[in-house]
Design a binder for this molecule. Sequence first.
Ligand code: ANZ
Length: 861
Amino acid sequence: RKAFPFSEFEPKWQGEWEAKKAFRTPNPGDADFDASKPKYFVLDMFPYPSGNGLHVGHPEGYTATDIIGRFKKMSGFNVLHPMGWDAFGLPAEQYAIKTGTHPRVTTEANIANFTKQLKSLGFAYDWDREVNTTDPGYFKWTQWIFLKLYNSYVGEDGKAHPISELEGKGLSHDEIDAKRLAFVSSAPVNWSPDLGTVLANEEVEEWRAKGHIVERRPMRQWMLRITAFAQRLIDELDGLDWPESIKLLQRNWIGRSEGAHVTFNVVQSSGLPSEAAGTAAPHSITVFTTRPDTLFGATYMVIAPEHALVPQITTDAQRAAVEAYQKSVSSKSDLERTELAKDKSGVFTGAYAINPVNNAQIPIWIADYVLMGYGTGAIMAVPAHDERDFEFAKKFDLPINQVVQPPEGKDWQGYTDDGIAINSGFLDGLPTPEAKKKIAIWLEEKGLGKGTTNFKLRDWLFSRQRYWGEPFPIVWEDGNHRSIPESELPLMPPTLEDFKPTGTPEPPLSKATEWVQYSATAKRELNTMPQWAGSCWYYLRYCDARNSERFVGEAAENYWMGGGKPGGVDLYVGGTEHAVLHLLYARFWHKVLFDLGYVSTPEPFQRLVNQGLILGEDGQKMSKSRGNVVNPDDVVREYGADALRLYEMFMGPLEQVKPWSMKGVEGVYRFLARVWRLVMEQQGDEGVWTVSSALQDIPANKQLNKALHETIKKCGEDIEKLSFNTAISAMMVCTNAFTGAEVKPAGAIVTFLKVLSPFAPHLAEELNRRIASKFPDLAAKGFLSDETWPTYDPAALIEDEVEVVFQVNGKLRDKARVPIQATKEEIEKIALASARVQEFMEGKAPKKVIVVPGKLVNIVV
Ligand code: ANZ
């Protein structure tokens, strides 16, 4: 038996909200749009509609945003709170291959299931704005944005400009292509033959661990020039209201390093110029270093095995060994090559470089710990003060020369921090920062080097050899690529019966022989976009989800993203798993759109909050294999949607990691039942519920009024701070106060229900409706969600009575609430008038009365 009939009224209210479009949000231009209200855009990280359905982590963030959204709406804002589906991606495709069902079919079924589940939780979404990244009406615009990237370049001002600005400036076709923000590159990538796709660097370990093969091979790939935005992506984090930890992760990922380029001349063997044959200038190699101050300690040089100069500088004697080594590292990922724990390996090229500060000839090696993709692909090795160089030098018996003096008590070998320059000629005695400056000036004067900034961030590998993704709006002819006209968007993927990977780098779209042939002489691009593409701009589509003319209408974008200061999405809630890539990619696209004049703010997400992971009851991560997964559907069936919502908010601070507890769910459920019984009563155990006879049309007494106004104040403030657990505690205290009162003021209870409604909307609406049946003038006529958030009365909060205990001969006999300003004499009078006190005085006159104001009265007889 249920403690209150939630299973009857919860679906009823969901149906009513849907039928009446209770949470439809009008746009500028709509007849019912109220331009006088401020806007609030609250965004959830939209789910990937997996075959498993919702897990309890979803409702955590979604309830938090729902409470905020409902609260803001009641507080007079136009609230944008939408939902949608990030529905392209590998799992649907893998499942499709396994079962033979088309991914569209699986995806649609999964979306239907997710929708049903979300609706069963009573979230106040404007479903008219639902987006689905696999919908042609959506991906048309994903492809359109790709064309904007393709047709833009970054100018001297660091901003994106239309590529057409470069026309007529004497640049060749290839030179222009080389500047596009979407460009083709043939760099080595991580190719998995059994997955049939390339993988991003950060995906490699995961798939290897699952038993898949991943190899390095050069392949023609689409890249996005995110590196051109590296500095802005760092700088513009500053103004954002994000957790510091996430900003730090982004900064580290972008990885800005201040350093210098230093150029070394090459000789092929001691004393001989490298171009012994003749007239050409000798080779030189430029390194990138963050420690130019250690130049005197450079005892050898390392260049990446793929470095273009390797074949040219390698001596005949070393050629076989060098080539064998190059071959052995060609299939390794950057991560494998740079793992610290890894044993160092490398080969001597036979050539030497001349250290410009002291003319020492230092051997040039190739080694895999130097990556081709970072800096210049070459380093000066300072084994005394760099860990990797130190290990390498020890292994290959290369000299280790100290050039930095560490503070007292620290060993100089492998000392990598700042210190004082020693054994460094004109730098001697200088602290590291000054030494860096001095050597930089020296190098620059000699034309040997130059201060420079490097970023770890790589350009974004943007193509996948998959079927279930957006096709590129690109065709190839005579070895050149070009965009298709915007009028041909959306470019639909071909209908394929067999979308399995081909087993070669040839994408599955190659099987659609008719589709591939764009014209007699031009063929379509066969790669598809990665899943990130759709999630890079969905928040913009929400602003104007049904616009068929534009990716987002100008007025809608201006209002929802531009309105307010500093603009953008007002609150974005989601998991930390998206701390780096999604947020970085979306910020990058947004900046391009901003530069091109399509959006009105440089940053998309003003405030970001990460919800904490919900663990199983056992404190472990929920997983099928551990058998500790809680299914939200079961909780809704057993305890109701309001209980699930409230419990997830009551578990602890939103951002904290916290374990699930069914006991906790029950506790919250009992609280909701108490609220129910404030208003409702039942004849016997099975009788119908009717409005309680204790409910009356009377004003709240001082105490109840105070409890109510404290709750209004606390909950309003706590919601703003996303401190939902403390708001719920306040509502519990208030409920207890009402429960303790013999007669219950109906009007005050309705006010309480307004405060409760963002948290437990079904119960609040139901009780309001029940009260309305008896006291039509006291209850809200329509939805509570359309009511105004109550304002608290500061006067009601003032404590003007205090409890004083009465003792007779030191024994507690009675207590009473007395006005805070009462004088000693007045308090004494109240005490002596107490029937209980008189009883224990047994008619005797008091010998002595001690009054401690605000605390106690002791009567000695
Ligand atoms: C000499 C030196 C002396 C260095 C010293 C460090 C300490 P971050 O901070 O990550 O930017 N390096 C440069 N290019 C590299 C590449 N392609 N592959 C591997 N290592 C590379 O690191 C910059 C430092 O990493 C550079 O400064 C260089 O080693 C190395 F006491 O140069 B250093």
